[in-house]
Structure formats: C-alpha cells, structure tokens
Ligand binder design. Sequence first.
Ligand SMILES: Cc1cc2nc3c(=O)[nH]c(=O)nc-3n(C[C@H](O)[C@H](O)[C@H](O)COP(=O)(O)OP(=O)(O)OC[C@H]3O[C@@H](n4cnc5c(N)ncnc54)[C@H](O)[C@@H]3O)c2cc1C
Length: 406
Amino acid sequence: MKKVVILGAGFAGLHIFYKIRHLIGKKIEVTVVDSRNHSLLKPSLPEVSFEGAPVSHSLIELKHTLENRGAKFVQNEVINIDAPKNELTLKNGEMLGYDYIFLAPGAIKDYDAIKGFKEFGYSVCDELQAQKLWKKVQSFEGGKIITGAAKSSWGTRVDAPKLLAPCEGPIGEIMFMLDFYLTHDKGLQRTKDYTIEVFTPGEIFFEDVGDTPRNALGKIMQERGIKLSNKKVLTEIAKDYVAFEDGSKMACDLAIVIPPYSAPKVLIESGLGNEKGFIPTDKQMRHLDYANIFAAGDATALAQPKLGHVAIIQGAIAAAAVMKELGEDIEIPSYDLEVFCIMNMGGHDATLIASNVLYGGNRDIAFHSPLAKMMKWGFDNYLYYNKGHMPPDFVLDATDRLVKFL
Ligand SMILES: Cc1cc2nc3c(=O)[nH]c(=O)nc-3n(C[C@H](O)[C@H](O)[C@H](O)COP(=O)(O)OP(=O)(O)OC[C@H]3O[C@@H](n4cnc5c(N)ncnc54)[C@H](O)[C@@H]3O)c2cc1C
C-alpha cells in the first residue's frame, strides 16, 4: 500500500482527495494534513461581509468529512518537508513519511506587508477579516470608499502569465455589492453620501480576462459612478488616506483591499519553491525537482490568476498523474486553463465570466443576469452541502455547453 499525503484541505487538496479516494484500502492509504479544522470556502466570504451571512456556511468540517471517507486527518501545521527523505515534520514534532505527496497549502494573504493595514485596513480574504468588515459596514454612514488589490510577485522559474494582482474578482464583488447594499434597505444603513473608487496595480483592471468582460464590467462601473485608477501600487493605509508607490494619495474613509499574496513559509524553508517560494511544476503538476511531489492551487507557480477554478483543474491533473503512476487506466487531463467565476453584485445580480484569452484561447464571455446569480447560489450550496465535493462532471459539462451559447 503506497502512503499518500495531501498537505492542505482547501479547494485543491479536497478535490485531489475526492479524485483518489476510491483507491483507499486498495492501492493507497491517505493522510490529509491541515492546520485548520475546517476548510474555508472563500468565494462565499463577500456574502459574510456585505449580507451578514453566517460564516458557518463557508466552513467544511474536516475530521469527519475525511475520516468517514477512509482517510486519516491530522490537524497540525507542517513546518518542514524533507523531500530527499520523503518525510515531513509537524509542529508537534511528529514526523510523517510518504511515497507521494500533494502540496496544496494555498497562498499567504500578507496583510502585514501593507503599512497601516492592521490599524486601518479591511479585507474579505478570510473569515476573521470578513466578519470584521461586516461590523464596519453596518455602522458606515457615508464617505469615501477605496478598494483594490495590492501588488504581488511570483518568481520566474516556470512560464506563467505575469499578473500583478492575485485575482481581482473579489474587488468586483466588493465595489458592486457595497454599492447595491448601501442604497437598498438590506441591513446596512441606507446612504447616498458615498463614493467608491477602485485602484489596480495593473496597466488595466481585470488583466486576466479579455475585452468583453472588461468592457462589460467597465460599463457598469461607469453607470454607477465608480472611478478607476490604473498602475497604483499600494504602500500604506492611514486613517484618512491610502498611499501608493508613485507618491500619490487618495482620501479615504474605508479601505478594503486584497493584500499581497506570498508563498507559505514551509515551502520557502523546505527549499521547494522558486525564488518567491511558489512551487515550480510541469503541466502535469509534478515538482520540477522531485518526481514524487505533486502540487495544485494557489501555492503553485503556474496558478495565474490565483483562482479556485484553476486549483480544481490543477488538482484533477495532479490526481490523475499519480493514479496513472499507480497503474490505473486513466487519461491525464490536458493543461487547459480558463478564468471562470461568478461575480456577486448584490441582490439578484451577478456576472458570470468565462475567459481563456490569457492562455491564448478565444473564449471571452460576460453574462450579466439573475440567472448567473442562481448558478452561483447553486454551485456554492452544492459545495457546502457536499463537503467540498465538486458537482459531478456531467453538470460541469452541461454548464460549459450552456456557457458556449451565451
Ligand atoms: C474573497 C475571495 C473570493 C474568491 N472568490 C473566488 C471565486 O468566486 N471563484 C474562484 O474560482 N476563486 C475564488 N477565490 C480564490 C480561491 O478561493 C482560491 O484560489 C482557492 O481557495 C485556492 O485553493 P487552494 O486549495 O490552493 O488553497 P486554500 O483554499 O487557501 O487552502 C489551503 C489549505 O492549506 C492549509 N495549509 C496551509 N499551510 C499549511 C501548513 N503549513 N500546514 C498545514 N496546513 C496548511 C490551509 O489551512 C488551507 O486549509 C476567491 C478568493 C478570495 C480571497
């Protein structure tokens, strides 16, 4: 029986687990290690921040989910991976050996890298930040709202798109949801006395999609009077302004940002990352230096932008690659990425974005409709009630065919 370890039970780690679990007890034993006891469904966090949704609806309990399905779950932080010895070290001092390891520890949201964030900044990127923001917006009586993503850097060892922001979809949700809920009586104080201004470190906003979604969203921003500033690299959040690398400042009463992403410490300290710590892999998600190490999700150098959808595609490839090596008759999916997300815009409104132009394709769709909101609602709830299990392939294929008609 081969020993398989999955480090991280987020989008990528859970998807890998569901893909390989039918081999448990036949060919493999699986241990999943995560420092958290619950997996966090980050795409639901804007609803926590702007609709007051309970955070519990974004959490998947891990121990029973995994152990009822045949894996061993270890709740602990991995502090070292000794790749030549096939061994990892947990924070409690225990060691764990493996024949294969899937690395899926995600990325660190580096709030501390922004001067003043702790005192004056807000975000939606984890459950603590999302709940803190919900408290803040409930008492917001008007003023200048600034939102945008900080700049991240990713390293150069693999050939991936060079994006400056990790993912700007949540910025779209922040600006559109706030704009909706501040003018509708849904829990926030109703006010018209506010402005929303967005910044991006990129030459263009939404640099990971093509002109169709960018223009569609730009048009809605214009209609709603949301101003955009490009090429703004955030350096500081103060009490009443945010500051940028070019020396400019914007007056601000509420700053909501996506912080820079950095690689998990364990990857940097174990020497498994590129110069920035992100994991270099080939397109079957195998580590460039270690044949029995596979990776998927935000922690990989190839994942650009940092999206759950990308984590899922990579996870399926990594799982298939290992299963093939274990003698399974399986085809490894080709490395075809796409930016796919549904942007919640408040109320019944949402925009579905499906674009692969970043990877040389020609699909570039923006579908703005209450139907998109229903699809998001259906997908998020499926994931939650099925313990992080993705909808079956035929549903995903049907969605894909539907999107082709949009
Ligand atoms: C607000 C927000 C909204 C988003 N909306 C969307 C969306 O609509 N659609 C979309 O596709 N994507 C969306 N994303 C992006 C998506 O959430 C991420 O790309 C996705 O979670 C990445 O999955 P992952 O498995 O790589 O990492 P994660 O989901 O971050 O999981 C990593 C896991 O590894 C564990 N871990 C890390 N280090 C260690 C360690 N040393 N020891 C033990 N365990 C460890 C962590 O505890 C965590 O459980 C959104 C992100 C944010 C912040």
